[in-house]
Design a protein around this ligand. Structure first.
Ligand SMILES: Nc1ncnc2c1ncn2[C@@H]1O[C@H](COP(=O)(O)OP(=O)(O)OP(=O)(O)O)[C@@H](O)[C@H]1O
Length: 236
């Protein structure tokens, strides 16, 4: 088979990383946060998710991480039905995700270095292999001088950068980031954007929820907008 034909065939066999169809969700019977949301994130794509505060951006991410289940419609992640998968299947999906939460969720009893190394250790990577990877990632996010510091002694922006380093050090197939530049200055925001872009070039599908519409526009990524429970720009 000629190389170009083979590449096209390979691309055709890779499922979309995320596919939401007709998704509805609310925390209580009467409040609908998401209404009939359709979203396709092809493998290797890069999207920003914008929208006003309270529009449901974090909620949409929770459906993708299987923290919440849709009340209507379907949620597929990595080509599998994630919306009705049992709770026991959550680790199977999350192993391939890098998650950056608004509240960071760092482990305070571990140093910055060990926080970043933890996902690699859990994945069975040997110490001599993960050490340099953790150092490289910490240096990239500007924490090369703070590797031995525990999270409580870091500033808000430093914690955010540490959370990002930990989430992406495994080069996950899907990176879901909730306001990942919310606690850093504009220069660091640009630097972190470059990190996400580099990981995307290496193959990660990236979805960043952010209020920062200017950063989203500058990124060159496709921008999705959530408002009134509905998503625009979400179909491939
Ligand atoms: N656990 C919860 N229980 C009940 N209501 C919730 C819960 N989490 C969020 N909500 C409500 O759902 C709506 C969407 O919240 P969500 O956090 O998804 O919005 P957001 O777009 O991420 O907001 P922000 O940009 O301020 O982070 C809001 O009205 C919020 O009050």
């Amino acid at each position: 088979m000629p190389t170009s034909t083979r590449r096209a065939a390979d691309a055709a066999s890779v499922p979309d990383t995320v596919r939401l169809q007709g998704v509805g969700f609310g925390y209580a019977e009467t409040t609908r946060v998401l209404r009939d949301v359709n979203l396709t994130l092809p493998a290797g794509s890069f999207h920003f998710l914008t929208g006003p505060s309270g529009a449901g951006k974090s909620t949409l991410l929770k459906l993708l991480t299987l923290a919440e289940r849709p009340q209507s419609g379907t949620v597929e992640v990595f080509g599998e039905d994630a919306g009705s998968a049992p709770r026991s299947a959550i680790p199977h999906f999350r192993r391939r995700m890098g998650l950056i939460f608004q509240d960071f969720r760092l482990l305070d009893h571990l140093t910055a270095y060990d926080n970043v190394g933890l996902p690699l250790r859990l994945a069975g990577v040997k110490d001599e292999v993960w050490g340099p990877d953790a150092e490289e990632m910490l240096t990239w996010v500007g924490l090369g001088q703070k590797m031995d510091v525990h999270p409580p002694a870091l500033s808000g922006g430093e914690k955010q950068r540490l959370a990002i380093a930990r989430a992406v050090v495994t080069r996950p197939d899907l990176i879901l980031a909730d306001e990942p530049t919310g606690s850093v200055d504009a220069r660091m925001g640009e630097r972190l954007l470059k990190l996400f872009q580099a990981l995307n070039k290496l193959g990660s599908t990236v979805l960043i929820a952010s209020h920062d519409e200017a950063l989203a526009e500058r990124s060159g990524a496709r921008v999705l907008r959530l408002e009134g429970g509905r998503l625009t720009g979400g179909e491939a």
